[in-house]
Design a protein around this ligand. Sequence first.
Ligand code: ADP
Ligand code: MG
Length: 542
Amino acid sequence: TPAPQKFEFQAEIKQLLDIVIHSLYTEKEIFVRELVSNASDALEKLRHLQLTEKDIQDGDAPLEITISTDETAKTITIQDSGLGMTRAELIENLGTIAHSGSKQFLKALGEGGAKNSSLIGQFGVGFYSAFMVAKSVKVYSRSWRTAEPGHVWTSDGSGSYEVEEAADLRRGSKIVVELKDECDEFAKDWRIKEILTRYSAFVGFPVTLNAKKFETVQALWLRSKNEIKDEEYTEFYKFQANAHDAPRYRLHFSADAPLAINALVFVPQDNTEKLGFARLEPSVALYCRKVLIDAAPKNLLPEWLRFMKGVIDSEDLPLNISRETMQDKALLDKLGKVITKKFLKLLEDEAGARADTYNEFYQEFGIFLKEGAALDFTHKDQIVKLLRFESSLTEPGKTTSLADYVSRMKDGQKEIYFLIAPNRAAIESGPYLEGFKARNLEVLFCHEPVDEYVFNNVREFDGKKFLAADHADVKLDDVPQTGEALSEADAKDLAKWLQDTLGTQVAEVKTSDRLVGSPALATNADKFMTAQMRRMMKAMKK
Ligand code: ADP
Ligand code: MG
């Protein structure tokens, strides 16, 4: 056999190694994720080759990933029975940056390649991340091409590597990482198990760790919808969200353009914030081709969707995405918007098709929609359509949408009226409603303190402004008065007497046609605060 041959890394690789080792990843454990994802890629490529090639090295070798650790030798070994690499491929794939193996493979696939988008690899520092923890890395590899012998590639990451022929190799690659002393935690079985559970639970091939089967879970979001049973969805939800209930809603969808996305997200049964538990943290996980990028990305979905669970997977994300760079932020933002729009559409459809179920959802999670309506400017219009309120025309406990309210508005009615009080009885027994009732004007009944804030922020719906029914700005048409009215002069005297008696407690006392049964009411003349808001402020000052 020929003697080992020494090569210099391409200048770009030297640079890259420097970046990887010193700054790119803060979490060293990520190297396991990268090597396992490479193993999985290699197996997937082999599976495709099996469809077209007859002559494959070790054709009967099962497709699997074998991981072992050795605490004494301080090594971790990750082996796959994938397509392997020839001598030339080792040099090209692991020594130069211009030739990403995935890119080349795609080219080789030719026309069919475009459809096989799951093979599109991203430029990544994947393999080189091993040098964050390694004294040295050995890659034993044997290609699927039967004429090619096996080789071993060796490097300490400092600037050069060696390639030498190696006997007795089976098809695939075996990466042996000799750990730096301070990184010997990665030679521990439990530690690797922990990392696999975190990042590689969805790998699509059997994985063993120190001869024990590592349980993987199906990446349900990549399967086609019509093959998946409800129970499978529920099981997946329970696993992913660490939950015990069944989800209320699920959204499973795929898109190729403008971004490649596979998403499977859920609405849980309970709003735990409402139950008094801590504020929810965003928990829709971000994946790139089944490999976890971030379990709880902060900039992916809008804040108000923090109750959502599930997975968003995009091939367009580089594994080494950094949440800091502007470009990546924009990408996450785009992804988030696509999902948010789809989810809002789902709710809209559900509200139309199954109003009762939707209302149950709304009881529980409506508060998040209100938050979104008030604060998420991008999706405001879509969210406002989903809001529901009781009103003077709904039966107790039943609700109306704003669209339905508007459809019932009387000719000439310009505003959407609302009253805020803790419950229906308080509104119905108060003096504010009667003038509206007498004129057949519908008033929304709002029972949550946040409603005020929502109306102030949303301002209008379908061109109609929201207006508190207890506001002094309310102008109602005359209705024929029943019973005996005071003469104009008597009414003026009474108003003056009231004004003098109440003094500075009121801004103004005037006669009005607004009331029907009650003799007097207090209205709110404040341009910025409704009565409810003032009560809240007062309570806060105490
Ligand atoms: P990427 O996976 O994004 O292409 P990596 O740095 O992780 O980048 O790997 C570089 C290349 O090395 C891969 O594209 C692939 O061609 C090759 N490679 C790495 N690991 C393996 C493996 N286990 N089996 C076969 N080829 C591999
Ligand atoms: Mg990789």
